[in-house]
Design a protein around this ligand. Structure first.
Ligand SMILES: O=P(O)(O)OC[C@H]1O[C@H](OP(=O)(O)OP(=O)(O)O)[C@H](O)[C@@H]1O
Ligand SMILES: [Mg+2]
Length: 179
């Protein structure tokens, strides 16, 4: 698997250090509150697990599975809800945990949905951001790393469902892509 990687962009240690910083900021942001933390599956599952361990306020978790990339390196433009939340967001301080914002389509869709369901606040934390690729105007409230315009894998992010278990973020060798 590591043989398929052309370049490591962000190491495991850099990622873990950044998550501790984000956790400290979020603990301040939610002091005295009880946020509902929503993991956007599948990509954000590792980030969510590492992040919540660094947040010191009481919180609740829920999971939503959405997909727009399928087996491709490009967004289909259609955000499919594969699994909805178990819990109501009405009147809740919602924190959306994303692994990456690329075109911004997934998040803009989710934010709209949660606001329509009457969340009292919607805040976004993303570990990675690719602002150069945005097709909708959107920014996270908390961002870990800004990435160059390249398709990346690892730390939850896949290419065709593979490479999610790499502990770092890297770029694949071009011969791995079939499209
Ligand atoms: O800003 P965007 O262009 O919408 O891209 C970001 C989204 O795309 C990826 O999910 P994907 O659809 O690949 O599903 P997955 O998390 O199950 O891999 C990623 O995990 C984000 O949720
Ligand atoms: Mg994906």
């Amino acid at each position: 698997m590591h043989n398929d990687i052309q370049e490591v962009l962000i190491s495991e240690e850099e990622i873990q250090n950044k998550i501790r910083e984000l956790g400290a900021e979020l603990s301040k942001r939610y002091e005295g509150r009880n946020p509902l933390v929503i993991c956007v599956l599948k990509g954000a599952f590792i980030f969510m697990a590492d992040l919540v361990k660094t947040i010191t306020v009481p919180l609740e978790l829920d999971f939503m599975a959405v997909s727009s990339y399928g087996d491709s390196t490009k967004s289909s433009g259609v955000v499919k809800i594969i699994k909805d939340l178990d819990q109501s967001v009405e009147g809740r301080d919602v924190l959306i945990v994303e692994d990456i914002i690329d075109s911004g389509l997934t998040l803009s869709h989710l934010i709209e949905l949660l606001k329509n369901r009457n969340a009292s606040s919607v805040t976004v934390v993303t570990l990675f951001d690719k602002p150069a690729r945005r097709t909708v105007n959107l920014e996270a409230d908390f961002t870990g790393f800004t990435l160059p315009d390249a398709f990346v894998v690892g730390y939850g992010l896949d290419y065709s469902e593979r490479y999610r278990n790499l502990p770092f973020i890297g770029i694949l060798k071009p011969e791995i892509y079939t499209n």
